[in-house]
Structures are given as C-alpha cells and as structure tokens.
Design a protein around this ligand. Sequence first.
Ligand SMILES: *Cc1c(COP(=O)(O)O)cnc(C)c1O
Length: 547
Amino acid sequence: MSTLSIPRIIDVAEVFKENLTLDTAKNCFLVYFFAKRAFKLFQHARARGFIRSIKDLYLFIAQRTLRVVISLPSVRKKVETEIDAARALIDRQLLPQGKDVVRHLELPKQGCTLGWILDAMDQMDREAPSQTDYRDGKLSGAVYHGGDDMDKVLVAAFQRYCVSNPLHPDVFPAVRKMEAEIVAMCLRMYNNPTGAGATTSGGTESILMSVKTHRDWARAVKGISEPEMIVPASAHAAFDKAAAYFGIKLHSIPVDPETRQVNMKRVYRAINSNTIMVVGSAINFPDGCQDDIAGLGKLAKSYNIGLHVDCCLGSFIMPFLEKAGFSSEPFDFRVEGVTAISCDTHKYGFAPKGSSVIMYRSSDLRQYQYYVNPEWSGGVYASPGLAGSRSGALIAGTWAAMHYMGEEGYVESCRAIVGAAKIIEQTIQNTFPELYVLGKPPASVVAFGSRVPDLDILEVGDKMSKKGWHLNALQNPPGLHIACTRLTVSTAETFIRDLKEAIWEAKGSSAGKGTMVSLYGLGNSSPIGPEMVGVVISAFLDALYKA
Ligand SMILES: *Cc1c(COP(=O)(O)O)cnc(C)c1O
C-alpha cells in the first residue's frame, strides 16, 4: 500500500508547487468557502426536511418582496396609519385615562409617609381597576397561588430577610444555607442527589443559563465554535431567546400532530458535529404534553451531547404524579443522557415570583455556568448566574414555601390540580364533538382545537374572554389552553358550562373582532403577518413604560 501511495502524494505536491500562484491560492480559498457554505445549507435542509425547506424558501422570497412593496411611499403611508391606530388602541387599553389620573413623574421634593404611600396605591387601584380578580379562578396559569395562609408565610419570610443580599454569604450566612438547601431538595425530587444546581430569577433565566453552560462545555470539551441546538417546536420561547442572546443556531423540530411529541426522526436528522444539545419538555407550555424523554436521552448519550429537560411548568407536579395516583412517563435524571433540568419553584412550588432552579447531572457541568473574573479592578469577581446582587428575601420565601407545603402538601395539590385538568380533558373528549384535545396531556394543562370548519377556536376564546376567562391562545394549529392551578380547581364545572355556551355563541356569529382573532388571525394569514405582529407587540412593550 505505502509504496503505491507515496509517489501519488509526491505527484500532487509537485503539481501544487508548479501551480501555486496567488491566483490558485485565491481560487482554493473560494472553493473552500463555497463548499463550506454548501455543506451548511445541506445540513440545514437535511434538518428541516425537503418540503419545509421549499416552504422556507417561498416565505423568504415572499417576505423580501412584501418588504419592498411596503417600503413604497404610498403603501408605507397606509401601513404607518394602521400601526399608529393599533398603537393608540393599545395605549387606551393599557394606560389609565382622564384628567384626574395622578402621575408621579419626578421624585417628590420631600419624602412621603407610609400612610401617604398606601393611599397613593389605593388611588392607583381605583384609577385602573383590574379587569380580572385572579381569585375568581378564571385565569389560566399566571398566578400559582398557594392559598391565603401561604401569603402570610411568604410575607413573614420577606420581612425577616428584606435587605439580605446573597452575593455576600459572609454577611448573610443563613441565606446561603437556605439557597443551597432549595437546590438540594429539588435535586432529590428529580432523583439526582449527587448532582448540582443553582437558583435563578425564573424559568427563562434557568433556560438561558443551561444553554450557556452547554455552549461553553461543548466549546471546551468538543471544540465546537459554531454551536447549534435542537429544540421541539412546542418548547418554550426562552430557548429561542437563548439562541438569539448567545449566538447559537436553533433547529426547530416539528411535533407529531397526534401525540404532540417532538418527531424523533427529525431530531436525529438535525444532529451534526456542531450540535451542543437537544431539548425536551415535561411538560411543554402550548399543549401540556411531554416529549419522549427516554428516546431523547438515548440520542444525547450516543452522540455525547447535552439533553435539557424543561420542567419549568412541570415543576412540582411531574415529580408527584405517581404518588398522587396518576400515570407518568420517565422524565427526570433517572433517564440516562439527561444533563440538565429546569424547575420553576415560582410555578407549582408556590414560591414568590422571581424564583426557579437549574439542575445539572454533575458539578463538573455546572462549572461552565460560572462567571469568574480574577482581574477586575473592583476586586476578584465571581457570580454563579446572570445576576450580581440578588434578593435574599426571595430565597427565604422559596425555602419557606417548600417547607410549608412539604411532600404531602405537594402531592395533595398535584392530585387536586391534575384531577381538575383530567375532568376538563375528559369532558371535552367525550361531550364536545366540535372540539379535540391536543395529544395526551399528563399533567395540569389541557389544550383544545376545533375539528369542524364552521367553528373558529379563537372566536371561542374571545367569547370566553367576555365571560371573564383568561385562556391562552395557541398557533400552528390554532387552539386554546387552560393551565389549571389551585384557584381553578373549584371552577372546573363553571369552565365546562361557559365553554359550552361559548361554542354555541361562536358558531352563530361570523368572524368577530376580538383580541385573539385579530392578533393571531393576522399572524397566520400572510407571509408578512409575523412581522406586523412584531411591530404591534413592540408597541405593546413601549406602552408598558409609558408613565
Ligand atoms: C413558564 C415556563 C418557562 C419559563 O418561564 P418564566 O416565565 O421565565 O418563568 C419555561 N418553560 C415552560 C414550559 C414554561 O411553562
């Protein structure tokens, strides 16, 4: 073999030497550049699939064309008028109106008394009364209430640790201990007592930290400099946010229309040498279903990539399903290949908002989350997560909530909440022929769509809004969901009754102009839809900061 191949190498070297001018070097570089581009395009198309790639191409061209059309002066004027109208509508709905509204736009010259402050808050509640009393139990998710007695526990913990700052553990040793214990308790709930974790400000930060950790791990251990991640289309938007913040290419993988689980063949096809991690949810936000975590674990293990299981919503429901008498598929660290799990203490853990836990299989992996700067002129600086200074009161509140509930308390709340969800699911399944339930939701969320052409599910959503319900609208396919909480447990029957009426009303009326129909109808109907929704939703964010 060697005697045959050596002359050939020499030949090639000779040819190179004779022809190695600046021009050939340039050509070589160009060929390399385009080959690399083509390979990336091929990998992209492979991950997306043929039909979706064609659709992507169509959308890309259609969007570019429409953008050009919109930039024509006459069209632009029209569009701007529409946007201004939308902006005005948002402001009217969100901001208190009228001459009597008191606005506090600059610091008072002298400090005010506590009595004055409480009066001013009363005044604000009167100026802009809430449309919804969350205690009515007509709110999907949003407020994960632990009960009135829990409110007292949280306030007591807050009061005691009001000024504490965990950035200084020597000053506040008890806060450090409580924080470590919150993480330890969660690790045991998710069956990884030898693992490691950290507290964060919420599910989004837990996910951001996990993605950053896997990116830095992959760079250090596998030399990956152009990271990619594989995320089910049903996963939380925080993964898209992480990809945008940290410069990671994201492959969004469709879910099976029947099971609502991520399509495993597609996940497999999207894996390449740049993949840092895959994601699965237990449970996901849109339809409350759970991905095939065991299957994802096998893939992650055999390709030595990370697997983040998002239990932000599943939080204190998933670990207690079996004990509460419901069936459960594997989702935690007992599944080989799972490298990280996010769990929101501020959802079904009933901790104060601003509290979540990110867990890793090992402390070796957690190292990649840390930020360390030994040379800062302000001293040696290190912090585990995004924040610098943080609130010790939130940690004390979380620790107190977990101890107030205890395992029995959480099992009991799991039984009540999932029980209510099952009643809603079964009633829709068995007695509403116009509707279908998305997948087989194992926990607290039930999502449903319309199976008949003369019923617009978003119109049903708008009718439900009129009856005081705050449900979540879903896209692709259009649907509604309710995330049951302790507050909705006692209103399940009312929900079913109202839903029946809403279907009847929606069937009788032509397409309305409710919020859901106008916002999501637009998003799906044209190539430019998402961009226009983006403009309107930015106006909404602007309005949040209008004093
Ligand atoms: C709520 C939620 C998150 C994180 O949301 P935060 O609002 O940042 O706490 C992540 N994933 C799922 C599935 C969720 O429901």
